[in-house]
Design a protein around this ligand. Structure first.
Ligand code: PEP
Ligand code: MN
Length: 348
């Protein structure tokens, strides 16, 4: 249930509604909008709309949300959520690019890639320090040392950092270093982990599970938001289908659909969808054309020697080409790249 406040409702009136909702057994979530504020009320098992709320001062209307997810739905908030980390914005008119290796391997590798992608227009550096590998014998990541390397690259370049937490045990250490905590496809329905990152105070990049429906994905986001964390970036990274020629199938239709169903920003990960670096650029273009708010691209200084996901990683040169090819598409859909310097860089 959503309580829509009048545009000029006072803070006192908002507080009174929150208190009333608590008395009724709801958990109130204040969602601040540009035009007006709404209060999402979740948790209570009441079937009927509680009477009396509509007559409270400052209340415009009370709406029952039909979707199974409540706080993440468009019904709860009409305008797009824009997540701000310093001067970096995810959501809104600008396209935000994250890039970097699948796994943090060494200081040299991360710093080299970070400097180049920054120059080419990325705002966020990706890199796994805790790796969810299919085989227990594959490289599992440098753990805290990897996080320290990412933090050193942030210090040097100013890029923000996104890195994955794969278990409840690493949320604490990951939140101490990361700007954004990634929840990987394999953990999309790890509910205790979702609740933990919901309490971490850090923005969360929530990947779609390999076999997750859109409703399941949005309900996973609802778990995070129900803990009071409103900063969630959804990431379409391909789903498993009958097709085996690609690693996964990038579900392009999920991008406009999720943007219709939810106010949260949606980005695409063409690297894990494709599983082949040659497909990354065309899929990236398609995702932006379909309305994605950004991309996360695996980029490695020497993909052939990568310890993880080298086949789908772009070289830094190819990452630069991707950005160059993306710019006309970004313009064609009425958006802008986050870093204007890139446009100058490629057009001059
Ligand atoms: C990754 O980003 O390196 C990763 C493991 O992604 P996913 O969870 O989408 O497979
Ligand atoms: Mn990877």
């Amino acid at each position: 249930m959503i309580v829509v406040m009048k545009p000029r409702a006072t803070e006192e009136e908002i507080r009174a509604v929150e208190e009333r909702l608590q008395e009724l057994g709801f958990q109130p979530h204040l969602i601040r909008g540009v035009e007006r504020n709404v209060i999402g009320a979740v948790g209570a098992k009441l079937v009927e709309l509680p009477i009396g709320l509509e007559t409270m001062d400052g209340v415009d209307k009370v709406v029952r949300v039909r979707a199974p997810y409540k706080l993440v739905s468009r019904e709860a908030k009409e305008e797009d959520t824009v997540i701000k980390i310093g001067e970096v914005k995810i959501g809104g008119p600008q396209i935000c690019i994250a890039a970097g290796p699948c796994a943090v391997e060494s200081e040299k590798q991360v710093l080299e890639v970070a400097k180049k992608i920054k120059h080419m227009g990325a705002s966020i550096l990706r890199g796994g320090a805790f790796k969810p590998r299919t085989s227990p014998y594959s490289f599992q990541g440098l753990e805290e040392r990897g996080l320290q390397i990412l933090a050193a690259a942030r210090e040097e370049t100013g890029l923000k950092i996104v890195t994955e937490a794969i278990s409840l045990l690493d949320v604490d250490v990951v939140s101490r270093y990361a700007d954004i905590i990634q929840i990987g496809a394999r953990n999309m329905q790890n509910f205790p982990l979702l609740k933990e990152v919901g309490q971490s105070g850090k923005p969360v990049l929530l990947k779609r599970g390999v076999a997750a429906t859109i409703d399941e994905w949005l309900l996973a986001a609802e778990y995070v938001m129900a803990e009071g964390n409103y900063e969630i970036i959804l990431c379409e990274r391909g789903i498993r289908t009958f097709e085996t020629k690609t690693r996964n199938t990038l579900d392009i239709s999920s991008i406009p659909l999720v943007k219709k169903l939810s106010h949260l920003p949606v980005i695409a990960d063409p690297s894990h969808a494709a599983g082949d670096w040659r497909l990354v650029t065309p899929l990236a273009k398609a995702a932006i054309a379909a309305g994605a708010d950004g991309l996360i691209i695996e980029t490695h200084p020497d993909p052939q020697r990568a310890l993880c996901d080298g086949v789908q990683s772009l070289t830094t040169e190819n990452f630069g080409r991707l950005i160059g090819e993306l710019i006309p598409i970004v313009g064609a859909v009425g958006r802008k790249m986050q870093h204007y310097s890139v446009q100058e860089y490629y057009h001059n």
